[in-house]
Design a protein around this ligand. Structure first.
Ligand code: NAI
Ligand code: MG
Length: 327
């Protein structure tokens, strides 16, 4: 029995995840989905955003479907996503950027770097420690090489080794790993790389980089494919896997019923792929493509449809593709 923990979270997470869950239920009615409540909303109700019990519910699942959580800018509030990524050791954040003329996989280190959580504040100074470990760098480099070998066998190593010593360390470990794995590679400074990805996306295949650089690069690359509402992601560890849209809880549009569900539905497709159902994942992508082609899109991608309308269109298209009828 396959079990899926479903976390809607806050804001538009509660609007887009039900669509993604319905898509999973259509293709895999045998999956046992159970809800787990975490996030800012829970914190406001109970004083805790994510308990030890919640973490063990997440650990128990074969895979996690995750919406987004709000992180208020309060000094004493710990980001729930960061907590989950650390506790479940979800070290590889895979962010595919796919669209017309674009097929890039950003592989972002997900547990250390500038998101180490080691921070302190003094009177006139605030500091965050950027931690790059050999183990962390080696395993993300291996993961990137594995993905590169299934694609065009080329890796771009995004770094800032011209200025930052910990980036020299990261870059050199990636180079050594790529050589060991027989993967062709180039290195590029992250700032110039980000611009070049936007100008010449066809030159890139798999890009591996450190935590915050990968975060920024993938958000910027969303520009190439219609914005944040389109981008899914997978957070993979050796034992657990969590799938979530790249976007956050979008408080500016939450509650209006206009959030784009595509990123969440694509995250469900990545979940299926990870569970071994590549065909189901491809059918979902095809249903998304046909729905957009029919002009059924939310306002962020130039359409007039609501979340529910896009969701219904994706699901009925998927039903047609799967069963050949409109049941
Ligand atoms: P955001 O991704 O929530 O929103 C950025 C912009 O993109 C907003 O204008 C929003 O309306 C738009 N947008 C995002 N997703 C969309 C969708 N599906 N359809 C249509 N428009 C969409 O990022 P922001 O505003 O920086 O953060 C808002 C909250 O989300 C913060 O509390 C932040 O900490 C949290 N966040 C959580 C993440 C997670 O749970 N993994 C990731 C990023 C942010
Ligand atoms: Mg981001």
């Amino acid at each position: 029995m396959t079990t899926i923990a479903v976390v809607e979270g806050d804001g538009i997470g509660q609007e887009v995840i039900p669509v993604a869950r319905d898509v999973l239920a259509l293709l895999h009615p045998e999956y046992e989905c159970y809800p787990v409540e975490v996030g800012y909303g829970k914190w406001k109700k109970t004083g805790e955003a994510c308990t030890a019990d919640d973490i063990s519910l997440l650990r128990d699942a074969d895979a996690i479907l995750f919406g987004a959580v709000t992180t208020p800018p309060a000094a004493d509030y710990r980001s729930v996503v960061l907590q989950i990524r650390k506790e479940l050791d979800l070290y590889a954040n895979l962010r595919p950027v796919r669209g017309k003329g674009v097929d890039i996989m950003v592989v972002r280190e997900n547990t250390e770097g500038l998101y180490s959580g080691i921070e302190w504040q003094e009177e006139d100074r605030a500091s965050t420690l950027r931690v790059i470990t050999r183990k962390g760098s080696e395993r993300i480099a291996r993961a990137a090489c594995r993905i590169a070998r299934e694609r065009r066998n080329h890796l771009t190593i995004g770094n800032k080794a011209n200025v930052i010593k910990s980036d020299v360390f990261f870059r050199d470990i990636c180079i050594k790993t790529a050589e060991e794995e027989g993967v062709l590679y180039t290195t590029a400074f992250i700032d110039a790389l980000t611009l070049d990805v936007l100008m010449h996306p066809d030159r890139y295949d798999v890009i591996v980089t450190t935590n915050i650089f990968g975060d920024i690069l993938s958000d910027a690359a969303a520009y190439l494919v219609g914005g944040l509402g389109m981008l899914p992601s997978a957070n993979i560890g050796d034992r657990h896997a969590l799938f979530e849209p790249v976007h956050g809880s979008a408080p500016d549009i939450a509650g209006q019923g206009i959030a784009n569900p595509v990123a969440a539905v694509r995250s469900a497709a990545m979940l299926l792929h990870h569970q071994g159902d590549a065909r189901g994942a491809a059918l979902i992508e095809e249903a998304i493509r046909l729905t957009a082609e029919a002009g059924i899109m939310t306002p962020d991608t130039g359409g007039k449809a609501s979340t529910a309308e896009v969701g219904a269109a994706i699901i009925s298209t998927l039903r047609r593709l799967t069963y050949g009828t409109c049941r």
